[in-house]
Design a binder for this molecule. Structure first.
Ligand SMILES: O=P(O)(O)O[C@H]1O[C@H](CO)[C@@H](O)[C@H]1O
Ligand SMILES: O=c1cc[nH]c(=O)[nH]1
Length: 262
């Protein structure tokens, strides 16, 4: 059997994710950007096992109660996130929850705060291949509701937020790269004028590409930093674990009461 360039799966194995369609995946998958967060999610899942890693795509599966949950890192930005989503959908995943970090823009969101993503401003590249730029990036209401309920049961009080997702961390997020300070400042002012609560680099792709593929989509983010107060959370792991606990509980609920993918 030879690999097709147009459809480069071979013997049920996708070209990027370290798994074959014979092994299959659970219907629900958490999507951190950082590969190291896959193992952190494993700390709050039962019977976690790592399936493998290829490039930025680290993949594992575990369980919450009777519900199996996959965790797959997307790497940074739209292109690698699009690849993960398309391959996961073909492997049987129908619900995805981004579990990431963000820079808060709204002054009332402090580093370490949890945020349930309801919408994303479309500022990346990959998602434009899947839906016209006018198509809104929105979480599936049942995914957001499950995340809010899981947070409440853990004693957390997450913010409901809109994020802007863009494919540049430095100048694109208004950081002063030497020689480009003016450009970065103008960019930050432009982002601030859009009235969003935070910025990351993957939510748009998860919401738009996932929806175009017929998946239920959503996201929970923890503020790693505040651009409003210029604070940065150095001891980030406890906040990530709080977020992951909420996401795993929500995944358990969504898996217990499956609805049709939208
Ligand atoms: O916290 P994760 O999911 O890695 O994502 C955030 O961190 C990366 C930037 O450092 C970007 O991918 C951004 O969206
Ligand atoms: O400032 C930040 C922090 C996390 N992720 C981002 O994209 N930006």
């Amino acid at each position: 059997m030879t690999r097709s360039a147009a459809d480069p799966w071979l013997n049920g194995r996708p070209p990027h994710l370290p798994i074959s369609s014979e092994e299959g995946l659970p219907a629900i998958c958490l999507l951190p950007g950082d590969p190291a967060r896959v193992d952190r999610a494993g700390q709050v899942l039962d019977d976690f096992r790592l399936l493998g890693q290829n490039r930025e795509f680290r993949l594992g599966v575990g369980r919450v109660g009777a519900v199996e949950v996959a965790v797959c890192s997307t790497g940074i930005g739209g292109p690698s996130t699009e690849i993960a989503l398309v391959e996961l959908a073909r492997l049987g995943v129908h619900t995805v929850i981004r579990t990431g970090g963000m820079g808060a823009l709204a002054a009332h969101i402090a580093p370490g705060d949890l945020c349930v993503v309801t919408t994303a401003v479309r500022d990346g590249g990959a998602a434009a291949c899947y839906a016209d730029p006018a198509t809104p990036a929105q979480s599936s209401p049942e995914v957001s509701a499950a995340l809010r309920a899981a947070a409440a049961s853990a004693g957390e009080t997450p913010h409901d937020i809109g994020v802007i997702s863009c494919d540049s961390y430095y100048v694109g997020e208004g950081r002063p790269v030497p020689g480009l300070e003016g450009r970065a400042a103008a960019r930050l002012a432009e982002i601030e004028s859009r009235s969003v609560d935070g910025m990351d680099m993957e939510c748009e792709t998860v919401l738009v590409v996932g929806a175009a593929l017929g998946l239920r989509v959503g996201g929970i983010l923890v503020a790693h930093a505040s651009r409003a107060t210029d604070q940065w959370l150095e001891d980030y792991e406890p906040a990530q674990l709080r977020m992951l606990r909420v996401a795993v509980t929500a995944a358990g609920e969504l898996g217990r009461a499956p609805t049709e993918a939208r």
